[in-house]
Ligand binder design. Sequence first.
Ligand SMILES: *Cc1c(COP(=O)(O)O)cnc(C)c1O
Length: 358
Amino acid sequence: MTGDGTRCVHAGGSGDEPGEPTVAPPVLATQFHLGGADFYGRATNPTWSALESAIGELDGGHCVLYASGMAAISSLLRTVLDAGDTVVLPADGYYLTRAYVRDHLRDLVVREVSTSAEWTAELVAGARLVLLESPSNPGLDVCDIAEIARLAHAAGALVAVDNTTATPLGQRPLELGADIVVASDTKALSGHSDVVLGHLTAADPDLAARLRTERTASGAVPGPFEVWLAHRGMGTLDLRLARQADNAAALYQALRGHPRIRGLRWPGAAADPAHPIAKQQMRRFGGVVTFELESAEAADAFIAKARLVAAATSFGGLHSTADRRAQWGDPVPDGLVRFSCGCEDAADLVADVLAALR
Ligand SMILES: *Cc1c(COP(=O)(O)O)cnc(C)c1O
């Protein structure tokens, strides 16, 4: 197999006939002359197919794109769960997943489990679907995906992993035994803060076909231009993740032991409690770092003072951003900051952060 950089550049590549563009342009068509592979833009699209083949290659399964990460998650829940089923959700994961189930899928039995819990057969007993998020957002805890998949499969459950923070280069959940990868490609995969997009990748082609059928019927489809932008962004995923992880390592080093910082987390650091499992199952660690300041006011003031860091509620982009998560209702301390290292120079970023803390 070729390396990550080569795969990112070439995955889902276009044709190589003389006179064809070397990079396929977006196909924005609603309708197609009947008789070929494509016929109507809610069902199929060649620009989707190119990115689905690219992400499917990186994830190691069959990829289905959606209009957003939440469209992907909700489509998965609607497709594999029936009324009365039990679903295990991460208590400390992306908050809207829990809110969506609570407010819109009221006939499910929900069991919330922390990512860092002591996972036992009892926690997954009777479940139809176990959704994990590792590393979790925003706490950056990790769980042993292979071990939980073994427990869940023994209980007859499907296992899905929200892989948004890790990206397909950072972690391959299907190789660890999961059935489905869930991701918001709005974050690092697209990487330029100009696209909202999501995907599911299933190990089983029949499950992927069911998901496609549900997507066509529910209409949770992405716009071809967004998909094309994401494919364009994915070409540099390897480069961006490498720089972001270098910046995260430098920031972690600079903040470790800083008198104002508590609860500093980055799974790539040898001293982090998540590191032993992260090292075993992740291929690289990404650029998201979490820490706490004294209060909500202190965290807001820090973010406002940093010149290179925008206050914004997304992560994984080219530009460094920071988000005080409690303002969105995450069950975390008021002063907790999720810091997404961008692709600036490490020396500039660290100097800016230390100055803002002074
Ligand atoms: C952002 C995010 C989502 C939701 O994705 P959207 O593209 O915003 O719909 C789901 N899970 C995680 C872990 C996320 O960070």
